[in-house]
Design a protein around this ligand. Structure first.
Ligand SMILES: Cc1cc2nc3c(=O)[nH]c(=O)nc-3n(C[C@H](O)[C@H](O)[C@H](O)COP(=O)(O)O)c2cc1C
Length: 331
């Protein structure tokens, strides 16, 4: 593939730019992930968004049809089940049997599952917060690449607040497998900066939320376009489940509940159920939900086709690279 920015990540996925579109709960569906594929990048469909394994299988087939032969992957959240039911292996059965080639794991340690994926020939990208011991663990477990998330990120940036410019270079120095950095990244300038840090790619979530192929209500996207870098906040630290979300009335109410001593987790749980967020994506009533969103929302300045966003990122990266080339005179 002709690419101006060739790294081990562009080689691994056969993509045009070293940019990946990470899993997005409820939103990274076949239509969005296929749009990412057709734009020359790779996206990961969020397995947890499907009501059951049969629906995931149908989703994988649909994504394959829409992707026109381009690569795509599935995001699998590794989580211990409260009731002892194994929720992860049935998803892994599905991706193996459906011939998926790329998986992004996130959440907990994938040790119990990674062998099965690798034995099936699937390339595994494991995503971790910006803490070196997790990065090294991903490599030790046999991940093909690791994504390290800085605390600017939307979703779960981890319990320790480490920024992406620190996490990226620290991770790249610590392991031999290719590192992808994420968290607050949404522009071509940042892509070039990430490559300078030693990372071989970037992952974006928030930047792509305003793409036309994201099914959520237009009012939600308009809110993101209007938002700036100070319009997100961290919450759920009291449950050691730190989340970065858009500042909304609902989020302020949860933060208020978190002030109680001792924290009443049972009182908080109904407000953070995934279905609350899904309803807001459907209705556009953003104020009534906790919606994952990173500081990079400042770059989400227009609702447009995904391919147009990717073209802008590439153009910005080329200009940034050109600027650096005029600064640097090997001597
Ligand atoms: C709306 C939204 C939903 C997300 N859902 C998931 C998810 O289900 N699984 C996951 O691994 N990461 C999820 N993430 C995190 C992203 O995959 C990615 O790591 C993150 O968005 C990167 O940081 P950025 O938002 O600053 O680009 C979500 C992020 C956002 C913004």
């Amino acid at each position: 593939m002709d690419t101006p920015f060739k790294t081990r990540i562009t080689d691994l996925y056969g993509i045009r730019l070293p940019v990946i579109a990470s899993g997005l709960m409820w939103l990274a569906d076949p239509v969005y992930v296929a749009a990412v594929a057709r734009a020359g990048l790779i996206g990961f469909m969020t397995a947890a968004s499907f009501p059951d394994v049969a629906a995931l299988r149908t989703g994988i087939r649909r994504c394959r049809e829409l992707s026109e032969g381009k690569p795509f992957g599935v995001n699998i959240m590794i989580r211990a089940s409260r009731d002892g039911t194994d929720r992860v292996n049935p998803l892994i059965d599905a991706v193996i049997e459906e011939g998926v080639k790329f998986v992004e794991t996130a959440g907990n340690n994938p040790e119990a599952y990674i062998r099965r994926l690798k034995d099936a020939g699937i390339k595994v990208l494991h995503k971790v917060p910006g803490v070196l011991r997790y990065v090294k663990k991903a490599e030790a477990l046999g991940a093909d690449a690791v994504t390290v998330i800085g605390y600017e990120a939307g979703g779960h940036p981890g319990v320790e607040p480490v920024g992406s410019i620190v996490a990226g270079v620290a991770a790249a120095r610590a392991v031999k497998i290719p590192v992808i950095v994420a968290g607050g990244l949404g522009t071509g300038e940042q892509l070039v900066a990430a490559l300078a840090l030693g990372a071989e790619g970037v992952a974006m979530g928030t930047r792509f939320l305003v793409s036309e192929e994201i099914w959520a209500h237009r009012q939600y996207k308009e809110r993101l376009v209007a938002a700036g870098e100070t319009d997100t906040t961290l919450l759920l630290q009291s449950m050691r489940n730190t989340q970065r979300a858009l500042k909304t009335g609902h989020v302020a109410m949860i933060q208020q509940l978190e002030q109680a001593q001792p924290v009443d987790t049972q009182a908080i749980l109904p407000h953070i159920m995934g279905t609350v967020g899904r309803n807001a994506y459907e209705t556009g009533e953003v104020e009534k939900a906790m919606l994952s969103c990173g500081q990079g929302v400042v770059f989400a300045d227009k609702i447009e086709p995904l391919a147009a966003i990717v073209d802008r990122i590439e153009a910005e990266a080329r200009i940034a690279m050109g600027r650096l080339n005029t600064l640097y005179r090997p001597g």
